[in-house]
Design a binder for this molecule. Structure first.
Ligand code: 13P
Length: 252
């Protein structure tokens, strides 16, 4: 039985003034959900504040991206060691917004996942198809290609130190979640691809779903056999909604 994991992705939102109320509510709620891992991925500048407020709480934290380089002349980038300094446990890599806006290739996402694992951070590795790819019947080919790049960079034996997140691009921020059947199909396909390389690793792999997860659809999505949690965008900025999703995960 895999544990459920609910991760919030704040994206480029939050402020020094408003973060404490949200973080306190989430930490208090997380303490009532011992069977669910709860975490928030915040913008880099707030990590010291997040670390100060969440240290010792039931809610973990992390960042939304990381460099695959260890240190040096990489203006604007943030290293694994810096995230370790900020007490991060997790880091998102390969989010579709970074793949699309910053041209991150499958190979770069794999390198970032590897760097995170080598630095004892848990990468939450995002993959997913665009609407055009889905309509062209390419969904499984796309996510398999994205997954294969990760498996090549990381090696299947280290995949227990990573989390996958299936996020169909067309479901992100649109209010239109993928249907349970669509989600289950892709999650099962991802798991089976990893299982083909190593059955035990595939069976234990945590695969999150992301894309318009909200309290009203969380119970159904979290109850699917190959769904082990959620990567939550908009709803992670509203404490009650985020915690309702956590409660759904605990019940499902
Ligand atoms: P929404 O939950 O706002 O659709 O965002 C999903 C997402 O991109 C999480 O990483």
């Amino acid at each position: 039985m895999r544990n459920k994991f609910i991760a919030g992705n704040w994206k480029m939102q939050g402020s020094l003034a408003t973060n404490p109320a949200l973080l306190h509510s989430v930490a208090a709620g997380a303490a009532t959900l011992p069977t669910v891992t709860m975490a928030v991925m915040t913008p880099f500048p707030y990590l010291p504040q997040v670390q100060a407020l969440l240290a010792g709480s039931a809610c973990a934290w992390g960042a939304q991206d990381v460099s695959e380089e260890a240190a040096g002349a990489f203006t604007g980038e943030v290293s694994v060691a810096m995230l370790q300094d900020m007490g991060c446990r997790y880091v998102i890599v390969g989010h579709s917004e970074r793949r699309a806006r910053h041209g991150e290739s499958d190979a770069r996402v794999g390198a970032k996942a590897r760097a995170a694992i080598e630095g004892a951070l848990i990468p939450i590795i995002c993959l997913g198809e665009t609407l055009a790819q889905r309509e062209a019947g390419e969904t499984l080919a796309v996510v398999h290609r994205q997954l294969d790049a990760v498996l090549e960079a990381v090696g299947v034996r280290r995949m227990p130190q990573a989390v996958l997140a299936y996020e169909p691009v067309w479901a992100i921020g649109t209010g239109r979640s993928a249907t349970p059947a669509q989600v289950q199909e892709v999650h099962a396909a991802l798991r089976s691809r990893v299982s083909n390389a190593d059955w035990v690793v595939g069976a234990g792999l945590q695969i999150l779903y992301g894309g318009s997860v909200k309290p009203s659809n969380a119970l159904e999505l979290m109850g699917l056999p190959d769904v082990d949690g959620a990567l939550v965008g908009g709803a992670s900025l509203v404490a009650d909604d985020f915690l309702d999703i956590g409660r759904a995960a605990a019940t499902a």
